[in-house]
Design a binder for this molecule. Structure first.
Ligand SMILES: [Zn+2]
Length: 82
């Protein structure tokens, strides 16, 4: 469910140094939680730090696109077996 939400683009997306990343978290986890970014980095959640997004992390977007297409292929495979 959490993964599904993130794949739809509604997941928790931290802004780090002006770069807008993506995670597989559906909602913002509690402060102090370490989250993995889709691009391979990690981030310690803090609700105190407020930065504005300057640009989107293209690596995160690429990973998300790959996950979506894999999921679509998996669903096609499942349907083919029926
Ligand atoms: Zn990223």
């Amino acid at each position: 469910m959490r993964l599904h939400k993130a794949l739809e683009g509604y997941g928790y997306r931290p802004v780090i140094g002006g770069v807008w990343h993506r995670t597989f978290w559906g909602v913002q986890p509690p402060d102090g939680t370490y989250v993995d970014l889709l691009c391979g980095g990690s981030y310690r959640v803090s609700s105190r730090k407020k930065t504005c997004a300057i640009y989107v992390c293209h690596a995160c977007e690429a990973v998300l696109a790959e996950c979506r297409s894999r999921l679509a292929r998996t669903h096609q495979d499942v349907n083919a077996w029926r």
